[in-house]
Write a protein that binds this ligand. Structure first.
Ligand SMILES: Cc1cc2nc3c(=O)[nH]c(=O)nc-3n(C[C@H](O)[C@H](O)[C@H](O)COP(=O)(O)O)c2cc1C
Length: 215
């Protein structure tokens, strides 16, 4: 099998990113871009991002998760702490998040350190989830091999019966991670492959050094 993709080409023309216009704090630029993408461009899930970890096997692995909150501190997503990514983070908290907002021709790449958020914050978010998602978190031993789909569906049914009329309590192995950024790169596609790349690097845990990178 062979498919030649060399004719897949696109000129990026929707925006520009100039050093003279960027704020001192990258979280403020992230917020601006996030709002713009939501308001002006076609993006199904603006908050979908990849999380890359270095696995116990030494390989990097990316997977998509949903960003649920961002603040000046960083970026929060929720998952199963016993999953492959959870085990990877326990060994090595250095992670990379990335967004590709194709409608806006923008990419954001964030290197940072992941840490579990406070239990009461995970409780609060868990309580806000639809009941189906709450029970789903109990059903799935995320990343473990499962014999077949029926096993999951039977477990779901059994739990639905068992918990009928009762509150679903967050399992301890499910919760949020906060990724505190140490580096954030903003990429805006431009014509002729002369894309704009602005990188913020954290200095002494406090100041952000801002540089333009070659595309
Ligand atoms: C659009 C989308 C959103 C997802 N959101 C989440 C999420 O918020 N949390 C999560 O644990 N997995 C989410 N997943 C599933 C993950 O990509 C992944 O399959 C799962 O977390 C297990 O990854 P792991 O085995 O590498 O730990 C999402 C997948 C997609 C495609």
């Amino acid at each position: 099998m062979e498919k030649d993709l060399s004719k897949y080409r696109k000129s990026y023309e929707k925006g520009a990113l100039l050093l003279t216009e960027v704020p001192e704090n990258p979280l403020e630029l992230f917020q601006k871009w996030f709002h713009e993408v939501d308001a002006f461009f076609i993006e199904d899930e603006t908050n979908a991002m990849t999380v890359s970890t270095i696995g116990l096997d030494g390989y990097p692995k990316n997977r998509v998760v949903l960003l649920k909150k961002y603040t000046y501190e960083g970026f929060i997503f929720y998952t199963n702490y016993n999953s492959e990514k959870g085990k990877a983070i326990a060994m090595n908290p250095n992670v990379c998040l990335s967004f590709f907002w194709h409608g806006a021709e923008r990419q954001v790449i964030i290197k940072g350190k992941a840490e579990k958020i406070a239990e009461n914050l995970s409780d609060g978010y868990f309580e806000s989830r639809p009941r189906g998602s709450q029970i789903g978190a109990l059903v799935s031993n995320q990343s473990e091999v499962v014999e077949n789909r029926e096993v999951l569906e039977n477990k779901l049914k059994a739990l639905e019966d068992e918990l009928e009329g009762k509150e679903v309590i967050r399992p301890k192995h499910w919760g949020g991670y906060l990724v505190r950024p140490v580096e954030i790169e903003f990429w805006q596609g431009r014509p002729n492959r002369l894309h704009d790349r602005i990188r913020y690097k954290l200095q002494d845990n406090y100041d952000w050094q801002i540089d333009r990178l070659s595309p």
